[in-house]
Ligand binder design. Sequence first.
Ligand code: HPA
Length: 275
Amino acid sequence: MQAAQDIADGIRARFGIDPPFVGIVLGSGLGEVAEIVEDPVALPYDEIEGFPEAGVHGHAGRMILGQVAGLGVALLQGRAHYYEDGRADAMKLPVRVLAALGCRALFLTNAAGSLRPEMAPGSLMLIGDHINFTGVSPLFGETGANRFVDMVNAYDPDLRARFEATAEALSIPLWQGVYLWTSGPNFETPAEVRAARVLGADAVGMSTVPEVILARHAGLRVAALSLITNLAAGMSDTPLSHEQTLALAKPAAANLKHILADVLAGLAAEKNNRS
Ligand code: HPA
């Protein structure tokens, strides 16, 4: 596997780009959020050695480089999941390439099931903390003292405040809560959902947590948003399916797109004022 820095250098040379400031990972059904990127250039994952194949329906599998309000971004449209072949570190190389490209922050998005009846499908939830229900870490096998990553404030308080303020300014309701990571690919049992609620989780999903851990290990600031596509197993009569996840993610993606674009524009304005 080529080192992340070599890959990043190759990408920057090929496209002649300045270092992007923010990396973004789009979850299931959220591909259209990529429309916020101006002057986009797309790089399919299969042209980047060691990048995941885009396996899951609803994931395009490409990196999009460009700007939002003049701020350089590198957006990953499609992610690899632990459930695909049992490797929790499936996103290790992509996250490290984003860091090596120059990104300082990583914004993650996902589709998730709600554990709170009042947080209905179509809601957006800003992740404040997480519970790792899988017992695995993407850092298994790492050496060096920095593998003992401090996970307090893993979801950056300053970035969280920006997302909250932006959503409020746009009059888009934004919940805050704890995301619980399950391995998937099967959905949870009703008993697991009850357990997750007792543990203090607000939403459940099959992604994001490994990327958060990898990003913190790489020194990136993290923000993460869940798009609620369903009430979790046993909480409603609607059968759970990936098709339902995609169908609900698409319309609600518009709100997410607006919030992301405005947070990035705010960061761009601040960066310009400083330089
Ligand atoms: N459980 C796990 N992952 C999910 C769900 C769910 O209910 N909805 C969307 N992704």
